[in-house]
Design a protein around this ligand. Structure first.
Ligand code: FAD
Length: 417
């Protein structure tokens, strides 16, 4: 039987695309191939509220089971696509079924990068991508909890997920050590001055840091991971080790089908790959972005939603383009942060602060200077300042020049710049 649309990957991007097709009036058949044995769910809480035990599984669902049934979206849970035959326009599933497609959307997401050192495969070493990963980490944190002393957690990686897990595990009573390659955590994303704001808050809560450190071995005792050794020869004992050293886009299926790959599945701004019947969205895709005039892969929740919507509209023959200003957020202890903008441009821009980072309530802008006093904003990050992200996105996308002195003045509303 012909499936008008087949979506491979039941994450947020795939689910959003399927639901958007229906919301926009698509009447053909839609089949969503979900490798995981779950309804599509949200991952951000896996390192925050769900890991902490504050949120349950139902709260992770962007759509209920009824939303799929009522909208005539066929979900194939626990089914993985293993091959695409572009000439025949078919997808083969692991259990042998072959789906014919009119159009195919690849929303296969990303997978954690693994640590390639001796002992990395030992029990007690965790990664965090799926609901099961989060659940198993939570169980491990509990097991080594009250009665057996404080659970010693070593986080390998000081990026967003590592820092979030550090905060959550500390809140749960664990004794946490973060090992990071850079001098300051998060420096690659937001620079050392602002990365230090997060590091200082974590230290205040008792988190220890080893910076400019690499792990050379995970040491075994009684068949389990018992600690890590670092490049400088230190040994850090651990009950639980969490590796959070970034993710890689899941491109194997697309690559085997001969689609162009470069840091993700390459697409145009409408999310079409170089095969006009195949699109890609979410973490797996590396779409052309008109603002930066090049490809921009995003590994964030908001992009999964916006790219799912654009893919749906493109499949319906509508004019659509992924031109949103990238956005993401993090929560660590009492630091709530939102970021909008182009981090690749921000790394070469001048930082302008509105408010004092030491107060933990401030906005940082990244400005491309056009003179010593003026420039255009390419990114903005707010910490514990709320409801201003739309203004920041407008400043970025409008591209109009602002005065540095006005940008840093908290008495001038952003909407008036
Ligand atoms: P995924 O969510 O990875 O879904 C892809 C799905 O496709 C998976 O279920 C996968 O199993 C399936 N799949 C892969 N290959 C196949 C195949 N061959 N056949 C069938 N199915 C297949 N973003 C933020 O903006 N803010 C945050 O605070 C934040 N926190 C995060 C915390 C954690 C712990 C994690 C893991 C991610 C976080 N993110 C956050 C990132 C965000 O969750 C991702 O950007 C988003 O999940 C991407 O959605 P996706 O649908 O593209 O991919």
């Amino acid at each position: 039987m012909m499936n008008d649309v087949v979506i491979v990957g039941g994450g947020l991007a795939g689910a959003t695309a399927a639901q958007t097709l229906r919301a926009e009036g698509f009447t053909g058949t839609i089949t969503l191939v979900c490798q995981e044995n779950h309804l599509p769910y949200l991952r951000p809480p896996l390192s925050k509220g769900f890991l902490a035990g504050r949120e349950d599984e139902t709260s992770l669902l962007p759509y209920t089971a009824d939303d799929y049934t009522e909208h005539g979206i066929e979900l194939l849970e626990g089914e993985a696509a293993v091959a695409i035959n572009r000439a025949a326009a078919t997808v083969t599933l692991a259990q042998g079924r072959v789906l014919e497609y009119g159009q195919l959307l690849l929303a296969t997401g990303a997978s954690p990068r693994t640590l390639e050192v001796p002992g990395a495969g030992l029990p007690g070493v965790h990664y965090l991508r799926t609901l099961e990963d989060s659940r198993s980490l939570r169980e491990s944190l509990k097991r080594a909890g009250p009665g057996q002393g404080r659970c010693r957690v070593v986080l390998v990686g000081s990026g967003w997920i590592g820092m979030e897990v550090a905060a959550t595990a500390t809140t749960l009573g664990a004794e946490v050590t973060v090992l990071g390659r850079d001098k300051v955590p998060l420096a690659a994303a937001i620079g050392p001055e602002l990365g230090r704001v997060f590091m200082d808050r974590q230290k205040e809560a008792g988190v220890k840091f080893y910076t400019e450190t690499i792990v050379t071995e995970i040491v075994e005792r009684d068949g389990r991971a018992a600690g890590v050794t670092t490049g400088s020869g230190s040994y850090v004992p651990a009950d639980v080790i969490v590796v959070a050293v970034g993710v890689a886009p899941n491109t194997a299926l697309a690559e085997a089908a001969g689609l162009s790959i470069d840091n993700g599945i390459l697409t145009d701004g409408a999310l079409r790959t170089d095969d006009p019947r195949i699109l890609a969205a979410g973490d797996a895709a590396n779409p052309y972005h008109p603002f930066i005039g090049g490809h921009l892969r995003s590994e964030h929740w908001a992009n999964a939603i916006s790219s799912g919507k654009v893919a749906a509209r493109t499949m319906m023959g509508k004019t659509a383009q992924l031109d949103d200003v990238p956005y993401f957020y993090t929560d660590q202890f009492d630091l709530g942060m939102e970021y909008s903008g182009y981090s690749s441009l921000a790394s070469n821009a001048k930082m302008v602060l509105r408010g004092d980072p030491a107060s933990r309530k401030f906005i940082a802008f990244w400005l491309m200077p056009v003179s010593s006093t003026r420039g255009w904003v390419v990114a903005g990050m707010s910490v514990n300042v709320w409801d201003i992200q739309d203004d920041i996105k407008f400043l970025i996308s409008s591209g109009h020049e602002v005065q540095t002195s006005q940008l840093s003045d908290p008495d001038i509303p952003l909407g008036e710049l």
